[in-house]
Write a protein that binds this ligand. Sequence first.
Ligand code: R5P
Length: 325
Amino acid sequence: MVPAGTETSAYERISNCIEGATLNRVFFALKGAEAQAERLCGSRDRVGVITSRWFPDGETWLRVEDDVRDCEVVVVARLDRPDRNTLPLLYAARTLRELGARKLTLVAPYLPYLRQDSAFHPGESRSARWYAELLSAYWDELHTVDPHLHRLGTLDDIFAIPTTIASSARPIARWLQQNTHDEVLLVGPDDESRQWVEPIAERLGWRATILQKIRHGDHEVSIEVPAEAHGFGGEAILVDDIISTGGTLLAARAALAAHGLQASRVIGVHGVFAAGALQRLREGGFVEVITTNSLPHETNGIDVLNELARGLAQKSEDDESGVGA
Ligand code: R5P
């Protein structure tokens, strides 16, 4: 499925709208983010090439193919499977800096590790914090889409560099408006999803309900449906930020069904999809699984790159005019 509006550069359109924009940067993509970088890069920017590969033993080899001396550089990276995809990102940053790049901006539409934001048991690594420290040490600025902020208030709690957050609420609301006819109940499978579900429902003037989830393991969750949702006659559509194993959504669908609610469509902001997850969701009765293009995937149906481009362009304008300096 191709998200609407992919044919023109989002960055170009947004930055052109900002009066007096004099943006001129070099955009690079790491593996898997090539199409996103093309979308985000505008006519006043250059597209550069970083070539990389993994040696047979899994080590990274990487080369910056362009002159970046005194340039502002933007690197777009997909960071699902973060243990594999993060080292190339760090090597790219150091190499670009060594080659004379003036400013290093990271665009990571999906920011991993944020679910590990606390030591749930004694001795556990608060990996969200350590991951943020690592990125902050290598990059000057970060742009992302709907990070999983649950126990953390803002990205500033863990990042030492400026960050911007693009919200998927507007594009998701637009998709829902265009793809539904009758009365819909918007359902969040757990408390964390409230921050997406409620603003979207409010935009649309729809009802929303948030289920109660208890996680027992990587694949096992139990879910309760609040009484307010029992007996709703129309379609229920699930909205969650991350789809990983799909276990949360399958349990939510089963819990809803036990109360007579039919949920055959689900929207995920970030389609991380652990091995076999999409097939499990389809076999479990989901007819439509829709994700945003924060991570390129066959389920992408909602475009969030315009929102991302807006944050990038605005930040650049603010920097030029000294706002927030
Ligand atoms: C959890 O807090 C997230 O919002 C998602 O519900 C969760 O990460 C989904 O994971 P899975 O698909 O493995 O159940």
